[in-house]
Design a protein around this ligand. Structure first.
Ligand code: NI
Length: 566
């Protein structure tokens, strides 16, 4: 304890002496990166090297000699599909500076076609000139970045695993490109031990293309790269996110990754490779599955870690309940079980076989079960006091009771079990509600309504409303039945339908209590005044009337009930 106190004091004194703390004291150290490279292969030891790298999850870069590729094509393919970077070390290892431009191109193109054939794809390949020997003419003939090295392990000379290991550990710095040769047996254990040591020191080992990308180098053709040190490090490629969502169509799986990357994935639990499916859009997974995916900017040497997600069995679709004439029908897949006492149904609840009577104030709850699937979510619907079943209005809705009463009276209708409470009320609907309230009387007289067909089920109601001067046509004679009704327009229509002649002096208007009273149209003023003073309409708040606002079907149900009470 004492020692620690003293050292803190010492440090403080030191800081005071220096005057300032070093400016980078609080900055996080940049990520240490290095790239391991193997030249002159593929060879007889490459395969076991790949296994050792796979155990460590470390990608490297192979500069291969074209003439060896065909003999070891399975190994080349394995390396490529495992995410290592495949690159070119020319076809037959000549000193490029002694070759003609044409001969250099021949070395490069023949190696590229051998590598393309072995990997089964078309790639561009970085080049390592044999002996590191270049000149401006060679560089321009390569038409690819020339990758040299900054750490030479001299493995070809020592042929000693321990010496290789020591070179790696002692010579590697941030940004190093490390030169090894996978054609020597001793290089493999030396390299793997060196890799373990670097990982322990906090190095992230990447391919050459990733090293350059993450240090902001563009990897330009004809340029030489020996290493890529830097004070900043771009992030590595993120693992894709695997997101399942239950939807109408079943369980949809969405994969997302960094912008500009392509996602490769499998759904059978096997490791994804460059040959795996390419993700284009969300897909349906009906069964339990293990999904694995990686993202890549370029398949040749720049891919993320593999993301994995196990999906259990999907759910059976939630059953659908409909009510007709007091009988509830339940449809869905698998076996359906239900309860009528409000408790959660299970596979041991009564099995649904035919529509069941559903008395008022009863909650029907149903579940679907199917082998190979998880039980569905519970469908639950309350048969209202009025004997209605609303799929889209719950008892918590403040208009629920009013909607129930209005529907039970037959003044407003549902589509199946849907009331569509938030839908805007139209002129047609308004006419029909008022017509039904009036007892659906016979209508005499002829009215020309050009935009309401003779076959329109609302025609009688609209003609009746016009004959009673409740609904007025527009100047061009149209009635615009599908136009929605504003709050002030509804006040005008309801005033004509429901207002009784006033006796005595009218009460002073309440409309000035609304901050937006100026928005009320002159023609509607008296009607709005009547609607508010009679309680048929209220403001949308204490201080706002919103005369141009829409009226929802749920609101209309409550308004009609208030009209009945006048
Ligand atoms: Ni070489």
């Amino acid at each position: 304890m004492k020692v620690r106190k003293r050292s803190v004091a010492l440090l403080l004194a030191l800081v005071l002496m220096i005057g300032i703390l070093p400016s980078h004291a609080s900055a996080a150290p940049a990520r240490k990166l290095a790239a391991i490279t193997f030249d002159d292969g593929p060879g007889p030891y490459t395969d076991s090297l790949l296994d050792g790298l796979a155990e460590r999850g470390v990608p490297v870069t192979f500069f291969m000699q074209g003439y060896r590729v065909a003999q070891y094509s399975a190994v080349v393919k394995k390396a490529y599909e495992a995410g290592h970077q495949i690159a070119s070390h020319t076809y037959s290892h000549p000193l490029l500076t002694k070759l003609s431009d044409e001969a250099i191109r021949e070395q490069i193109t023949s190696t590229a076609s051998a590598l393309n054939q072995a990997t089964g794809t078309t790639n561009s390949y970085m080049v390592r000139p044999p002996y590191g020997s270049t000149n401006p003419r060679v560089l321009s003939a390569l038409k690819a970045p020339a990758i040299l090295w900054s750490v030479d392990t001299l493995d070809w000379k020592s042929l000693n695993a321990d010496a290789v290991y020591k070179h790696i550990v002692n010579d590697t710095k941030d940004g190093s490109i490390i030169l090894l040769h996978d054609i020597h047996a001793t290089s493999i254990p030396g390299a793997l031990r060196g890799i373990d040591a670097l990982l322990e020191q906090g190095y992230e080992l990447v391919t050459v293309s990733e090293l350059l990308r993450r240090r902001g180098y563009e990897a330009a053709a004809g340029k030489k790269y020996f290493s890529a040190p830097g004070s900043t490090t771009l992030p590595g490629i993120s693992e894709p996110a695997i997101t399942p969502t239950e939807s109408e169509k079943g369980r949809l799986v969405t994969l997302t990754a960094d912008a500009g990357t392509t996602i490769y994935y499998t759904t059978d639990g096997t490791a994804p490779t460059s040959k795996s499916a390419v993700y284009t859009k969300p897909f349906v997974m009906e069964e339990a599955a293990t999904i694995k995916a990686f993202a890549a900017y370029s398949l040749n040497g720049g891919r993320s870690q593999v993301a994995e997600r196990t999906l259990d069995m999907p759910r059976v679709k939630t059953p659908v309940i409909t009510l007709k004439d007091g009988m509830a029908a339940i449809s869905g897949s698998g076996e359906i079980h239900y309860t009528l006492d409000g408790t959660a149904p299970s596979a041991s609840s009564p099995r649904y076989t035919a529509p069941v009577p559903l008395p008022a104030n009863t909650m029907l709850r149903a579940i679907a079960v199917q082998p190979g699937y998880r039980d569905s979510q519970i469908a639950g619907l309350l048969c209202s006091e009025g004997g209605n079943l609303f799929s889209d209005v719950q008892p918590e809705n403040k208009h629920y009771q009013d909607i129930d009463r209005i529907v039970s009276q037959g003044l407003m209708t549902t589509k199946g079990n849907a009331f569509c409470p938030e839908q805007a009320v139209t002129r047609r609907e308004t006419a029909m509600v008022l017509y039904r309230m009036a007892g659906s009387p016979d209508v005499s007289g002829t009215f020309s309504v050009p935009d309401v067909k003779d076959t329109d089920p609302a025609r009688t109601a609209i003609v009746w409303a016009m004959s009673q001067n409740i609904l007025a046509g527009f100047d061009d004679g149209t009635i615009q039945p599908d136009a929605s009704v504003t709050r002030e327009q509804l006040a005008v229509i309801l005033c004509r339908a429901w207002a009784k002649p006033q006796e005595g002096d009218p009460a002073p208007t309440k409309l000035y209590g609304f901050a937006d009273w100026k928005d009320i149209d002159v023609y509607a003023w008296d009607a709005v005044d009547w609607a508010v003073s009679s309680g048929v309409l209220t403001g949308i708040s204490e201080t706002a009337f919103a005369p141009k606002g829409m009226v929802t079907r749920a609101q209309l149900a409550s308004i009609v009930l208030r009209g009945q009470a006048l």
